[in-house]
Design a protein around this ligand. Structure first.
Ligand code: SAM
Ligand code: SF4
Length: 326
C-alpha cells in the first residue's frame, strides 16, 4: 500500500480531524476571551465528506490512527453518527474533548465504536478552572471523566497544558489525581497557538522542570517515547505513569507522523503550518477519489522539517489552536 511520505522520509499514519471550530469554552491559551467568529454550518465538512476523506486516508495511504477533535467535538450534533461511520474503517479511533458533555454522550460514543479518549483539564480548583475556561463547569467535567471510565473507554487520559504562574502550582495535585483515579495525566508544554498572542518563552514550563517537580514528591523513572509525542514516566512505587508532551523544549518534529483536517476541510501537514490544502473545494467541485488522494499526497510531500519555536524564523500560524484542533 502507498504511504503518505514527506521529503524527509517521515511516513504519516495519524490523522486528526476537527469536526467543528465551535466551542462552549474559551480557554485562555487557545481562544480570545471574546470568542471567535464561528464558521457557517455550510462551511463545515459533512459527516459524509469527512468519512470519504478518512476512507482514502486509511484505504489508500494506510493511516492507522484517527483522532476527532475541535473546537469542542461534542458540540457537533450526532457525533456518535460520525463515530459509527468511521469505526468500520478499522483505524484506532479516539476523541479529544473538554469533557463537559460526556455524562450524556459517553455510552453512545462507545456503542458507536469509540475506544479511547483524552479529556482536557487544566485546573482542579473550581475557581481557577472557571477563570481559565470562562465556564464554571469543573464538576461536569469530572463527572464526564467518571462517565468515560464507566462506559469502558480505555485508556482515559487527561491533558493538562502547563503555564507558568497560571497552573504550575498544581503539578503534584494532578499527579496525585491521576494516581488516585487510574488515569494517565499528560502534561503539555504551552505552545504559541493562543489566539491573543500572549505566549512567551518564560510562560513555558519545560518537561525537565515538570518531571523534577513531580518526581521530588513521587519519584519517577523514564519509560521512553515510542512512536507517541508524549515522553512517558512511571512512578517508581508502581502508582501508574504520567506523560509529558515537550513540543517546545524537545520537539517531536523528526518523528512526526500527523496530518490534520480542519472543520472547513483544509489539510495541514504541521500543527504550525502556514499553508493548507483545500480538500473541500476538491470534494465540492466533483473531484474523484484519485483527485483527493493526489491533493493529500502533495500536501504531505511539501511538509517542512519542523517548527522553529523560539527562533527568529518562527512564523505564528494564522489560526488559533481551537481552529486547528490540537
Ligand atoms: N476542545 C477539545 C479539548 O479541549 O480537548 C479539543 C480541542 S483542543 C484545541 C485540543 C488540545 O489542545 C487540548 O488538550 C488543549 O489543551 C490543547 N491546547 C490548546 N491550546 C494549546 C496551547 N496553546 N498549547 C498547548 N496545548 C494547547
Ligand atoms: Fe475549546 Fe478545547 Fe480550545 Fe478549550 S482547548 S477553548 S475546550 S477548543
Amino acid at each position: 500500500m502507498e504511504q503518505l511520505t514527506d521529503g524527509f522520509g517521515r511516513v504519516h499514519r495519524d490523522l486528526r480531524i476537527s469536526v467543528t471550530d465551535r466551542c462552549n469554552f474559551r480557554c485562555s491559551y487557545c481562544m480570545p476571551p471574546e470568542g471567535l467568529q464561528w464558521l457557517d454550518r455550510a462551511e463545515l465538512l459533512t459527516f459524509e465528506e469527512i468519512t470519504r476523506i478518512a476512507s482514502i486516508a486509511v484505504g489508500e495511504f494506510g493511516i492507522t490512527s484517527i483522532r476527532l477533535t475541535g473546537g469542542e467535538p461534542t458540540v457537533r450534533a450526532d457525533l456518535d453518527r460520525l463515530v459509527a461511520s468511521l469505526s468500520p474503517l478499522g483505524a484506532d479511533l479516539s476523541l479529544t474533548t473538554n469533557g463537559t458533555r460526556l455524562v450524556s454522550l459517553a455510552s453512545a460514543l462507545v456503542d458507536a465504536g469509540l475506544r479511547r479518549i483524552n479529556v482536557s483539564i487544566d485546573s482542579l480548583r473550581p475557581e481557577r478552572f472557571a477563570e481559565l475556561t470562562h465556564r464554571d463547569e469543573l464538576d461536569e467535567v469530572l463527572a464526564g471523566l467518571d462517565a468515560a471510565q464507566r462506559a469502558g473507554l480505555d485508556p482515559v487520559k487527561v491533558n493538562c497544558v502547563v503555564m507558568r504562574g497560571v497552573n504550575d502550582d498544581e503539578l503534584v495535585d494532578f499527579a496525585v489525581f491521576g494516581r488516585e483515579r487510574g488515569v494517565v495525566v499528560r502534561f503539555i508544554e504551552f505552545m504559541p497557538l493562543d489566539a491573543q498572542g500572549d505566549w512567551n518563552a518564560a510562560s513555558v514550563v519545560s518537561q525537565r522542570e515538570i518531571v523534577e517537580r513531580i518526581g521530588a514528591v513521587h519519584p519517577l523513572e523514564p519509560v521512553g517515547r515510542g512512536s507517541e509525542p508524549a515522553e512517558r514516566f512511571r512512578f517508581i512505587d508502581g502508582g501508574g505513569e504520567i506523560g509529558v508532551i515537550p513540543s517546545v523544549t524537545e520537539p517531536f518534529c523528526g518523528n512526526c507522523d500527523r496530518i490534520r483536517l480542519t472543520a472547513d476541510g483544509r489539510l495541514r501537514n504541521c500543527l504550525f503550518a502556514v499553508d493548507e490544502t483545500d480538500l473541500r473545494t476538491v470534494l465540492r467541485s466533483g473531484g474523484t477519489d484519485a483527485d483527493l488522494a493526489q491533493a493529500m499526497r502533495s500536501c504531505v510531500a511539501d511538509k517542512w522539517a519542523g517548527h522553529a519555536i523560539g527562533r527568529v524564523e518562527f512564523i505564528r500560524p494564522p489560526r488559533s489552536m481551537s481552529q486547528i484542533g490540537g
